[in-house]
Every structure is written in structure tokens, then in C-alpha cells.
Write a protein that binds this ligand. Sequence first.
Ligand code: NAG
Ligand code: NAG
Length: 220
Amino acid sequence: MAAAAATVRHGSASSTSVSLAIVLAAVAITCSSFPPSSAAAKAAPCSSQTFSGTGGGQQHPYASCADLPRLGATLHYNYTAATNTVAVAFRAPQAKGDDGWVAWGINPSGSTGMVGTQAVVAFQHSNGSLVAYPTVLDSYVPSMAPAAPGDLAFPVSDVAAEYADGKEMVVYATLALPAGKGSKFTQVWQQGTAVVNDVPAAHPTTGDNILSTATIDFSD
Ligand SMILES: *[C@@H]1O[C@H](CO)[C@@H](O)[C@H](O)[C@H]1NC(C)=O
Ligand SMILES: *[C@@H]1O[C@H](CO)[C@@H](O)[C@H](O)[C@H]1NC(C)=O
């Protein structure tokens, strides 16, 4: 009797293990087949980032995000095909402390270089405020001055900035994309270590700082 009972207990323990294994296998299959591989490639960290301020206080107010291949930056975006506008949140670690700057933009010329980029830049002003504004990178030594609306190749609105997780900066903007160029653009982003007299100073000209460009299709 004791042996039979032991056998029964053993048997039920095995069948529990077998069903648990089936459940785990089913979970593994579900996880690996969804989301599709293109989305899985950018699973972290952008999809786990949340925002606190602008964006209506929603935890993750953008439909899409991309992990950019340099400088630890991410881009979150909502593309509206009907109006050809895109609302973006560019997020990047600060190079050091809180005296640096971050910038992101698109170069509508299609060039992968910085010249011609219509950017938004953010940094901490000497008065203590985090400031953000659009600027045109019209040469390799751009003024980084705020662009007058007529200076920009397309309208940029709702520009704002905030700190995230203490050490990162987020720049928000809405771009009315230039007509006739579809939804695929060259994006360029940057991070600098110094702001002098409330003007972002030159960024390093080596390594990731000169490789921080990629194409993005906002409709993806
Ligand atoms: C992005 O789109 C979603 C879905 O339409 C919306 O809920 C959210 O408010 C939008 N976020 C921004 C920042 O426009
Ligand atoms: C700091 O200066 C910026 C740029 O001039 C301005 O937009 C902002 O309101 C100022 N903040 C304070 C607290 O004075």
C-alpha cells in the first residue's frame, strides 16, 4: 500500500511537471513569435521608457519608438499620415553633469551630415531653466541660435524639454514634415558637454559624435 501510494504521488508530481513544461513551452513560443522580429530588435530600452511631464502625464504616450544606434539615445514618435506631421520625444543621456546639451533633427536634403539639419536643442540655461528651441544647422560651426520661424525648412511647434531619470534629457517637438518627401528621412542627433554663455558649444568630433545619423521611416 505504501509503495502504491508513493507511486501515485510520484505519478501526479510528474504529470504536474509535464503540464508546467507545456505551459512554459507555450509561453516561450508565444513570446518568440510575437512581437515580430523587427519590433523585438528594438524591445529595449526605448519601449520601457516612460515620461512624466509633457505628453499629458501618460506613461508611454507615443505609438512608436526606436533605439538609436549611437550615444544611447532613443526617439519616440507619433506619425499622423493624414497631416504628414510627427510628434517626437528625443531622449539622450547627458554627456556629463547637467551642463551639457542634447539635440535631434532631420535633414530634409537627404544628406547624412549635419549641415542642413533642422534641429531642436535643449540645455540648462544659466538662469536654471531647461530651455529648448528649434535651430538650423547651416554649417559645421552653426550658431545654435534659436531659429526664427521663417528660417526653418518646415514648421516645428510644441518644443519643450524635461529631465528624465535624473541624468537624461528629453526634447519634445511636433514637425510638419516637408511635403512630397514621404515619411522616410535622415535623422541626426547629438550630445555636447558644454554650454558657454547660454549657447551650446561644439560637440566632440570623434567616435559616436560623428556617427550619430540614421534613416527613419516615421510610418513604420
Ligand atoms: C500619440 O498617439 C496616441 C494614440 O493616438 C495618443 O493617445 C497620444 O496622446 C499621442 N501622443 C502624443 C504625444 O501626441
Ligand atoms: C531663463 O531664460 C530663458 C531664455 O531666455 C527663458 O525662456 C526662461 O523663461 C528663463 N527662466 C527664468 C526662470 O527666468
